[in-house]
Design a protein around this ligand. Structure first.
Ligand SMILES: *[C@@H]1O[C@H](CO)[C@@H](O)[C@H](O)[C@H]1NC(C)=O
Ligand SMILES: *[C@@H]1O[C@H](CO)[C@@H](O)[C@H](O)[C@H]1NC(C)=O
Length: 804
């Protein structure tokens, strides 16, 4: 408390001074009338929309360089959503935006040259910034003569339509406003595309050019060419593309932005954290964007996307990968026998084929490339014999999956065995060296951060106010706009997540009639909310937390969303009642279907099992590595894996460990959390619990998915413990894996499948499970690398991951 006392005094003082000062300042204007102007020198000279969410005026883009822009003012730094002169900034002295008497809005530089104009000609017109973020020039009768919505830069706001005359152009770099090379518009086939476009090289990368048009789900016949994001968060385009935000619903501010990295992302504003969060993306992985790593560069998943150069190449400019890589060794083209090829598996350079032959032997393909001076490399498909000699290497990416091999032309003199190690496929390794995620446990305390800002702000405010008093009242007006309240409720709830009353939930569940299941933390009931959403309502038992803490903890959980995690909709906390409201997942829990599948017709097929394995891994990886607040599940088991329609898995009950046990003893933890057969050995020791306990439990679930039986049912001898059975099975599996043979896998896999399974995937799943079940937790892989390894055995899934 002692540390806090000085800032507290400062706050008090500043509050007193605030009260002493006249509170009224001139309301910022929202429109520009005839002959009035905004000047660049005065940074309070801006237009502000009536609801204050958008502002428009001069925006500093560099030293003494300004653009005329519209920005979303609630975020810090402001989010620029539109710019008039993105590639022609004006001077910091003498520049003006004027509503001329002829009715046009004109941006002039210091020397009065016109940099930009609306070219409207109606003398009675005025310009107004609307609450939607649209700057309009209109006549007194309301006729819109010009609007910024018709000239988007890199962002579409809700109800701002993209049409045949408009396009989105990305920014050149993070934090920059000037035009980059990625564009989105309707092409001549009426399709909304994303493309990389420079005078030297252009290439469309969305929809996926490798897919036939009918596989992209787009249509070309509707020539109206229009796409719009509506208030609910649905993006609909006339080419049949439709996409919903993950937080679909009203009352959320959103924007669709073509980011500088070439991905089109939908962002939702989170009022409680004052940040934008991603609620949709065009490309699930950034490596699908073309030319991201420049010429000759390769985008690799590590698993975060990174640029690298192929063997025998070096980067041109490490600070700017778009400049790509250059060859370290030149090939004397007149001596074709000097050329050699280096095989890069799981790699492709899309496009730039100078020739295409559908069925050729690899020798013949090799010869074409060897004897042609301009050939840099060739792609070859073993199965079809398709040969793609390449004249240039663009859009390189390396990805997990069986097909796609590039043969890179290099001089024979280069020792390729030295080079080739870097891009080899990723193999599962048990001893992965990684930072233990347990260290991250207190990484983000948003409360602490907010307070730090607040103290900083308060002190600054105090000093400035003193200056105000000393130097006169006039200065206050300039200052006023920056004194927006900083301490907006940390606990402000987003509209998606809310507090229910007990009565509401009683009605929704018809007095807790339909029980769906019962677990360690309480019983779950089915209910229908008043907006007709079907929900699962969980009555928690043994909550040891007070109302406040419960509330705070839940609002964190409520912010987490991922397709493989059950979405939390709200909670109830009244007297002794503690209830959680979440989405209802159709098919129920995995254990029911996997272990008790009623009859032969109803057991899980292989593809479904694999999908579940991948989905659960992704959900856990998200909890462990990606979400704002770090979460360990602590009770991964089939009962907590729910299956949606088409068997997409969703993990339930995450975050409960923390909720039920804050300050609790270890004894307490093991009582509530962890289930015999799934718990990692360290539960029994005094080691701190890390995410690796989930990895262990996941390993058990993987084995059960493959075998179709609960580990505890593998017991054969009397009095055998489940842990012993598991150890013994693991020893056997390890031996089998080491043997290099594959026939044993057929005996291990669930016999109900009748041999109908993918043995690559099965082997990979067992191999991963064995790694996950290492007793030594540092040898277990992270969930992130588990996802990566699984996808390696299945390329198809990788391409399905895209969300729109
Ligand atoms: C074409 O797309 C527009 C906009 O999405 C839609 O309103 C219209 O009905 C479509 N026309 C046809 C013939 O499908
Ligand atoms: C190439 O490099 C490897 C590894 O450094 C070495 O073992 C091998 O002898 C080298 N080959 C030639 C032909 O120099």
């Amino acid at each position: 408390m002692r540390n806090h006392s000085i800032p507290t005094i400062l706050i008090r003082l500043s509050l007193i001074f605030t009260l002493l000062l006249p509170s009224a300042s001139p309301a910022p204007r929202s429109s520009l009338t005839r002959r009035s102007f905004l000047s660049v020198e005065d940074d309070s000279d801006i237009l502000v929309s009536q609801d204050k969410s958008f502002a428009c005026g001069f925006y500093e883009v560099g030293s003494n360089a300004f653009t005329f822009s519209i920005w979303f003012s609630k975020s810090k730094p402001e989010t620029v959503v539109w710019t008039a002169n993105r590639d022609n900034p004006v001077n910091g002295h003498g520049s003006r935006v004027t509503m001329r008497k002829d009715g046009s809005v004109v941006l002039t530089d210091y020397d009065d040259t016109v940099v930009w104009s609306t070219n409207t000609g109606s003398p009675q017109a005025h310009a107004q910034l609307l609450d939607t973020g649209n700057l309009v020039v209109k006549d007194p009768d309301g006729t819109v003569l010009w609007q910024s919505f018709d000239y988007p830069t890199d962002t579409l706001l809700p109800n701002q339509a993209l049409n045949q005359n408009s396009r989105l152009v990305s920014a050149a770099a993070a934090g920059s406003l000037s035009s980059g090379h990625y564009k989105s518009y309707f092409d001549s086939n009426n399709m909304l595309i994303l493309m990389y476009d420079t005078p030297e090289f252009a290439s469309v990368y969305w929809p996926d050019p490798a897919l036939a048009q009918w596989d992209t789900g787009r249509s070309t016949y509707n020539s109206s060419r229009s796409a719009v994001l509506d208030d609910m968060g649905q993006f609909v385009s006339s080419d049949n593309l439709a996409f919903k935000a993950s937080d679909w619903g009203t009352a959320i501010i959103r924007r669709l932005t073509l980011d500088y990295d070439g991905n089109l992302r939908l962002y939702s504003w989170d009022e409680s954290t004052k940040t934008w969060s991603i609620s949709g993306v065009a490309l699930s992985s950034v490596c699908q964007v073309h030319s991201l790593c420049g010429r000759n560069g390769i985008c690799v998943y590590t698993p975060t996307p990174q640029c690298t150069c192929p063997p025998g190449f070096e980067v041109n400019d490490p600070s700017d990968w778009s400049k790509g890589c250059k060859r370290q060794y030149s090939i004397d083209c007149h001596k074709p026998h000097q050329a050699e090829f280096l095989e890069l598996p799981h790699t492709n350079f899309w496009g730039s084929d100078f020739n295409f032959t559908p069925s050729l032997s690899i020798r013949a393909c090799r010869k074409i490339c060897k004897t042609d001076c301009s050939c840099e490399a060739f792609g070859y498909n073993q199965e079809t014999g398709e040969c793609y000699p390449k004249i240039e290497l663009h859009n390189g990416k390396s990805y997990p999956g069986p097909d796609g091999t590039i043969f890179l032309k290099l001089p024979r003199s280069v020792n390729t065995s030295k080079l080739s190690s870097r891009l080899q496929g990723h193999k599962p390794v048990c001893s992965v060296k990684e930072v233990d995620i347990g260290k991250d446990i207190r990484r983000k305390s948003s409360r602490g951060k907010n307070w730090a800002y607040f103290y900083w702000f308060a002190s600054a405010f105090f000093v400035i106010e003193l200056l105000f008093i000393i130097f006169g009242w006039w200065f206050i007006f300039r200052r006023e706009k920056q004194s927006a309240p900083m301490e907006e409720g940390y606990r402000a709830m987003s509209t998606q997540f809310r507090r229910f009353t007990f009565k509401e939930l009683k009605i929704a569940t018809r007095n807790f009639q339909e029980e769906l299941g019962r677990g360690g933390s309480g019983a779950v009931y089915k209910g229908v909310l008043d907006d007709d959403r079907v929900a699962a309502v969980k009555k928690l038992e043994d909550v040891i937390q007070g109302e406040e803490e419960f509330h705070a903890e839940l609002s964190l959980i409520g912010r987490i969303y991922h397709m493989n995690l059950v979405r939390m909709w709200g909670f109830c906390s009244e007297r002794s009642h503690r209830l959680l409201v979440s989405e209802f997942v159709e098919k129920g829990s995995l254990d029911k279907i996997l272990f008790h599948g009623d009859g032969l017709a109803n057991f899980l097929r292989w593809s479904e099992r694999f999908k579940i394995a991948v989905g659960v891994a992704k959900g856990l990886a998200y909890l462990h590595h990606e979400c704002l607040e770090w979460v360990i599940h602590c009770d991964v088991k089939p009962e907590n894996i729910l299956l949606g329609h088409d068997f997409e898995p969703k993990i339930a009950d995450f975050g409960l460990a923390k909720l039920l046990n804050r300050g609790g003893s270890l004894e307490n933890l093991s009582r509530i959390q962890g289930t015999r057969g799934y718990i990692a050995p360290e539960w029994a020791s005094s080691l701190p619990i890390t995410g690796k306990v989930d990895v262990y439990s996941y390993g058990v679930v993987l084995l059960e998915l493959v075998k179709g039986a609960r580990v505890s049912d593998w017991i054969i001898g009397r009095g055998e413990e489940v842990e012993m059975v598991l150890r013994r099975s693991l020893e056997l599996l390890k031996k089998n894996l080491k043997s290099g043979q594959e026939s044993w896998i057929g005996d291990f896999v669930d016999s109900r499948l009748d041999g109908k399974f993918n043995s690559n995937q099965a082997l990979m799943m067992v191999e991963i499970a064995v790694c996950c079940l290492e007793e030594e937790r540092s040898k277990r892989p992270s969930m992130k690398s588990v996802v990566q390894m699984l996808l390696l055995s299945d390329d198809e899934l990788n391409s399905h991951a895209a969300s729109f």
